[in-house]
Write a protein that binds this ligand. Structure first.
Ligand code: SF4
Length: 772
């Protein structure tokens, strides 16, 4: 398929959105008109506000207002291009209903208040709950859209000040399985590769990733590579036919959950046909097997601890024996010949293979396992830590990596991969924070789902939500929405820039500054740290989440945690101490102000493109080749895991015969609170639809755009069916996007999660469908 990068972006749904914007908005400006139109505009740099790709944008400001944005030609990630959301960045902050004043609930109405009144009330609720019920009765639920400073301050206040591990990010819903996959295999979070692999490889396996819509700029880099190199092949493993499948060289449809079996079958063939790299395995790999039949986290306060045991190559090969291509074909629907052919493609010594995945793997009740299994294939074949040859989980949010994973804003984590359960890690953290090590509790408390279960039960009394919208995005949503308004001392604070389905349940709403209305740092999916300065004022009385957190700290008597005169630079230098010498080194703050980001570890001013590899990673000495230097307990080797196929907790049956999968579309960001306020994006994709296979529609007696009622064991929703849209559902499967705040599809989703990562599965539950 001969499509250039720009052609791809034009031919994607961007074209539809621009069409919706109207011809006038599209009229190309002649150069002299363009120069005139730009007069008086000053330009600043920033990473895009939306996805984890981390595109660089130039932000045009005139008279204190953002008037334009454009792709930054100097940004190595996107080289001047943006996707449709990036092109409309200038409008996301200027919806007519921006929150500009704090609001306090009085009965059924929200009443304007001063910051002092709002913060006094919030502080009193925190103090009251802590005095009556202890520090674990208060909680913070944050976000992969937090800046590094906001996440760092929240973690420091809750763990080092209040003395509770009740802090979680919404990244638990999107990236947690990638974290546990990396930690269990390499003992270090974040990928070994980088986006350059998209330019340098020749064989791309996509697993559960609709990159064309959800990571369009990265997809366009791959397409560009294929245009230049006819050898490039893109194989799309998926459960529905998407824009990505259309552009791929091969679409391999598999039955939901059977990715586990397929990856084991690929490993089976690699071993059976002796395609593995014996030397690499000998030097760099150990084998382990953990617990099996590990449950699904459906019960409140579910607990799980794995018990890994070392095994040998022969035991691993014996474990794989049942995963013959013929057997796996019967459960996955992928022909045995295709499995064999693709296993050989993975192992082909003349090919540079990169695997990419997103929520299909991570939002999975066996998310950690499926991440382990894709690493297995790369470790068996030795195709790892080399230019063009790496496995990589693509991040959803702009700083899911930089803030939630690297700063460590999960209940169990501390900065730089440290954990609260380790006394040395607590000691080091306390020293940098200047607090008593006993202040940081040794036990993690709740993952995101359990946090909202605890609110529902009343074990958590006060929860503060920042930069996210849990009462639209959690699975089994009705339980958690009801729980938030049960009263009996529960108190919900939501900081946001617009009214959302979460602010409607709040007792206090705080108006936040967003993106370039404040200074910040984001870390993207390739370990790139990007900084920006404040470029415009926030509207009305809106203030940054960082200020809000530090103000609560001051009112709770923890103001000494934030003694900075110049907050961002000083906080950065403090945070950097966690990373120094840990294989995660960051540059001084000033360096980021003048670059388009750097990929850590940054040592002597030099970034690292490929980790663990001699000649690229400063932590690997001459002559060491590849060294997984973070995994000391396993003698600096990576782990190949024997992980079985286990079915999903809920599968279609006679009563609920369809699989429901939820996800994103190109035009909208997550719950649509920002993109829904950009008229062009809203017009291009106004409301959620139910993608359905035409044969299923025929059996149900419904036609395109007729309404159906979709019901799961947890809720129902009415939506129009779409039979011939941009994506095509397979028979027995439907897909619904979750951006539409008028149609809360997540009410239907099951709140089962991976017992190791705690990440829920939004991709699989059973539903029935009736004509509405
Ligand atoms: S691909 Fe992601 S980061 Fe890049 S412009 Fe689009 S939304 Fe922004």
């Amino acid at each position: 398929m001969e499509l250039s990068r720009r052609d791809f972006l034009k031919s994607s749904a961007a074209a539809a959105a621009f069409a919706a914007a109207g011809a006038a908005a599209l009229s190309p400006l002649r150069p002299k008109d363009a120069a005139a139109a730009e007069s008086g505009i000053t330009w600043g740099k920033a990473p895009c506000r939306f996805c984890g790709t981390g595109c660089g944008v130039l932000v045009g400001v005139k008279n204190g207002r953002i008037v334009a944005t454009k792709g930054d030609p100097q940004a190595p990630v996107n080289r001047g291009l943006n996707c449709i959301k990036g092109y409309f960045l200038s409008k996301v902050l200027y919806g007519t209903d921006r929150l500009t004043k704090p609001l306090i609930r009085k009965g059924d109405t929200m009443v304007e208040a001063s910051w002092d009144e709002a913060m006094t009330l919030i502080a009193s609720k925190f103090k009251e709950a802590i005095a009556k019920h202890g520090p674990d009765s208060v909680a913070m639920y944050g976000s992969g859209q937090w800046t590094v400073f906001e996440g760092y301050a929240a973690s420091k206040l809750f763990k080092g000040g209040i003395g509770t591990n009740n802090i979680e990010p919404n990244a638990r819903l999107c990236m947690a399985s990638a974290v546990t996959g990396l930690m269990t295999t390499f003992a270090s979070d974040e990928p070994m590769g980088c986006y350059d692999d998209l330019d340098l490889g020749d064989t791309y396996f996509l697993w559960g990733a609709n990159m064309a819509e959800c990571h369009p700029i990265l997809f366009s880099r791959m397409i560009d590579n294929r245009l230049k190199n006819p050898k490039v092949r893109i194989i799309d493993f998926a459960t529905r036919h998407t824009r990505t499948s259309q552009m791929a060289d091969q679409y391999v449809r598999f039955a939901p959950q059977t990715d586990l079996a397929l990856l084991n079958a690929i490993a089976h063939v690699i071993i059976r046909d002796k395609l593995y790299d014996e030397q690499f395995i000998k030097e760099h790999v150990v084998f382990k097997r953990g617990k099996e039949n590990i449950g699904y986290g459906l019960e409140d306060n579910f607990k799980f601890a794995d018990e890994p045991k070392l095994i040998g190559f022969d035991e691993y090969a014996a474990f794989l024996k049942p995963y013959t291509p013929e057997y796996v074909a019967t459960i996955s629907g992928v022909p045995a010949t295709t499995i064999v052919e693709l296993a050989h493609l993975y192992a082909d010594k003349k090919r540079k293979v990169t695997s990419l995945w997103t929520m299909g793997f991570n939002q999975h009740t066996r998310g950690t396992w499926v991440n382990n299994l894709v690493y297995n294939v790369h470790l068996l074949t030795g195709k790892i830590c080399k230019p063009g040859e790496n496995p990589m989980s693509l991040t959803g949010q702009p700083s899911a990596c930089g803030t939630t994973r690297e700063v460590g804003t999960f209940t169990h984590r501390l900065p730089a991969d440290m954990v609260v359960t380790n006394p040395e890690h607590r000691e080091k953290t306390a020293k940098i924070w200047g607090v008593d090590p006993k202040k940081i509790p040794a036990k993690p408390t709740y993952n995101a789902t359990e946090m909202f279960r605890a609110l529902d039960r009343g074990d958590i009394k006060v929860v503060w939500v920042q930069v996210t919208n849990p009462f639209q995005s959690l699975p089994n949503l009705s339980r958690y929405r009801t729980g938030a308004r049960k009263g009996d001392g529960r108190f919900v604070i939501v900081s946001d820039i617009y009214p959302t389905r979460s602010t409607e349940l709040a007792d206090v709403i705080l108006p936040s500054a967003s993106w370039v209305e404040k200074e910040g740092v984001f870390g993207n999916a390739e370990r790139r740290t990007q900084q920006w300065f404040k470029l415009v004022d926030a509207p009305g009385e809106a203030r940054s989440d960082l200020w809000q957190t530090m103000e609560l700290a001051r009112r709770l008597g923890h103001g000494n945690l934030f003694p900075y005169k110049q907050v961002e630079p000083e906080m950065w230098e403090e945070y950097r101490k966690f990373n120094e010498g840990q294989g995660k080194d960051l540059a001084p703050y000033a360096t980021y102000a003048t670059t388009r980001g750097l990929r850590w570890p940054v040592v002597n001013g030099k970034e690292t493109l490929w980790r663990y590899a001699e000649g690229h990673d400063p932590y690997v000495k001459q002559g060491e080749g590849i060294k997984f230097y973070k995994n000391k307990p396993d003698h600096y080797k990576a782990v190949i895991w024997a992980r079985p196929y286990e079915p999903a907790p809920e599968v279609p049956d006679r009563q609920y015969p369809f699989w429901l999968c939820t996800g994103r579309v190109l035009e909208h960001w997550h719950t649509g609170t920002m993109t829904g306020r950009v008229p062009e994006l809203k017009r291009a994709y106004p409301a959620a639809v139910c993608e359905m296979h035409p044969d299923d529609a025929k059996l149900l007696g419904v036609q395109n755009l007729q309404n159906v009622k979709i019901s799961s064991r947890r809720g129902s929703i009415v939506l129009p069916v779409e039979l011939n849209g941009r994506s095509k559902a397979e028979k027995g499967n439907i897909f619904v996007a979750f951006f539409d705040e008028g149609k809360l599809i997540n009410e239907l989703c099951i709140d089962a999660y991976c017992p190791i990562s705690g990440e829920p599965d939004f991709k699989k539950c059973a539903v029935k469908i009736e004509k509405a």
